[in-house]
Unconditional design. Structure first.
Ligand code: CTP
Ligand code: CA
Length: 226
């Protein structure tokens, strides 16, 4: 069967997407990271661009190719990612799929830490919350979408997260190892909004991204009054 053509209903819209993990330096050669592959975030950026949006993709270090028609801004740390996101404003919508490291090493060493003596003890500091910062920003996008990575009580935890962070929607996914979500090709999510909780059954990350892009296009219609 022929797939229905994708409508260009996001033409003229500017959308910010974050993707991938962040890397938090310990010293010039070592870092703290996580298992995010960037597959879902890059697929979201591609799906939005396919509907005609001007997409700015702020991405941590990933193996994924740059999606076609998307401006990619590569970053390493959470603080770099926040600065790049703020620089991208104003946008009509923002989708935060990145697995931002919650903590950084408080004072990264300027030189490689040597093995002599006792093992180093790393003091951690909390990173800025990019989603919460943009949700409360003076230039808040009309639509702010967060993701929630949970390993238990997925929907309840995501509802609380939506309230706490002040975003419009949360796309909640179960990242417990058995699901193979991190690094895998598929995802199963719940879209949590004002309207409640909608379950989207397991599908390719590209299909989840296409469905989310269609919802974003619908939410941004009709255009804001000039
Ligand atoms: N997020 C962010 N900046 C951070 C941490 C998270 O922008 N410093 C965003 C993620 O991109 C995602 C959402 O917030 O869209 C939820 O991330 P998650 O890690 O699930 O939530 P946390 O608030 O960090 O809570 P926890 O990890 O303790 O569950
Ligand atoms: Ca987190």
């Amino acid at each position: 069967a022929l797939a229905a053509p994708v409508p260009r209903d996001l033409a003229g819209r500017r959308i910010l997407v974050t993707s991938g993990p962040t890397h938090e330096p310990i010293d010039p050669v070592r870092y703290i990271a996580n298992r995010s592959s960037g597959k879902q975030g890059h697929a979201v950026a591609a799906a939005l661009a396919a509907r005609g949006a001007e997409v700015v993709l702020v991405s941590g270090p990933v193996q994924e190719a740059d999606p076609p028609g998307v401006r990619v801004i590569p970053v390493e740390s959470a603080r770099d990612m926040l600065a790049a996101c703020e620089a991208a404003l104003p946008v009509d919508a923002a989708v935060f799929t990145a697995a931002v490291a919650d903590w950084r090493v408080e004072s990264a060493a300027g030189q490689k830490i040597k093995k002599s003596g006792a093992p180093p003890v790393l003091a951690l500091a909390e990173n800025p919350d990019i989603l919460a910062t943009i949700s409360h920003h003076a230039q808040r996008p009309r639509l702010v979408v967060g993701f929630a990575a949970e390993t238990e009580n997925v929907v309840e935890a995501a509802r609380a997260k939506r309230q706490r962070k002040g975003c419009d929607w949360i796309v909640a996914n179960d990242v417990s190892p058995a699901t193979g979500t991190f690094g895998g090709g598929q995802n199963e999510v719940h879209l949590i909004s004002d309207a409640g909780d909608e379950h989207w059954p397991k599908a390719d990350k590209a299909a989840i991204a296409a469905r989310l892009a269609a919802r974003i296009a619908a939410a941004l219609q009709p255009p804001a009054a000039p």
